[in-house]
Write a protein that binds this ligand. Structure first.
Ligand code: ADE
Length: 247
């Protein structure tokens, strides 16, 4: 069961399991996300998978059974990492509730074979307290991780990246901007919400935007936008806008 996000504030923790934690840490230090973390609206924690490796070389991969090119991430350190992070979240008292149910946590494995990430999923994810992201690398991840550890396999698009770190950061951004206070006004109160549509599930209008100067070289901004006629401006935005994020 998912919890409805309400004004009784519950913070989302993004736990990212990766062999490149510095990549994700740097991302969390970017201005809006840094500010959001300072305001305790969210938390981004990058975890080095090698922390859960048992040998002295901190090995997290191995050769694939049956042969094949490349190395495969092993299930054992991933299992230990996910178990530890879930239990850490359960034991840490969040701002408003001391009882943390595991149903408020979701574990996602990034893979190009996964379900395509959408705006609708971003809304659903924003209701969780903890999102655990497993970033694949090398040639793949032991299939038992997808079957028995992850709740979902996600892809951010029909192309193959070198790992799940960029997909994880993509999802963090999409979810973070839906949290009230992260991008100024809550995203769902923005003027781009389709008026009279009944809410964000019907998407946002994205229309072309301009700023000063009014004329650059021979390129003018559309005259209607500087006309001061709000009715006409509204019509122009509706005509040139595209609906994105419809569920
Ligand atoms: N890992 C590699 N490519 C990916 C993709 N497109 N989406 C999610 N994870 C990936």
């Amino acid at each position: 069961m998912q919890r409805k996000r309400c004004f009784l504030f519950t913070m989302i923790t993004f736990d990212v399991i990766t062999i490149f934690p510095e990549l994700v840490e740097a991302f969390g230090k970017e201005s809006l996300l840094k500010r959001a973390q300072k305001k305790k609206l969210l938390k981004i924690q990058a975890h080095d998978l090698r922390k859960w490796a048992k040998d002295k070389h901190k090995t997290v991969d191995d050769k694939p059974f049956g042969g094949g090119l490349g190395m495969v991430l092993r299930i054992e350190p991933i299992y230990k990492a996910v178990t530890a992070l879930k239990s850490e979240a359960r034991n840490s008292k969040s701002e408003t509730n001391s009882k943390f149910k595991s149903s408020q946590s979701k574990t996602i494995l990034f893979t190009p074979r996964g379900k395509k990430f959408t705006q609708k999923m971003a809304y659903e994810f924003s209701k969780f307290n903890q999102l655990i992201f497993i970033c694949g690398r090398y040639e793949g991840v032991d299939e038992r991780v997808a079957k028995h550890i992850a709740d979902e396999e996600l892809s951010i698009g029909d192309y193959v990246l070198m790992g799940g770190e960029i997909p994880a950061m993509t999802v963090i951004e999409a979810v973070a901007r839906l949290i009230p206070g992260v991008v100024g006004k809550p995203a769902f109160l923005k003027e781009r919400l389709i008026k009279g549509s009944g809410g964000p599930k019907n998407g946002f209008i994205e229309y072309p935007q301009y700023t000063r100067p009014e004329t650059f070289k021979e390129w003018r901004v559309p005259r209607v936008l500087v006309s001061g006629n709000h009715q006409k401006i509204g019509e122009w935005k509706a005509k040139h806008g595209q609906i994105v994020g419809k569920q």
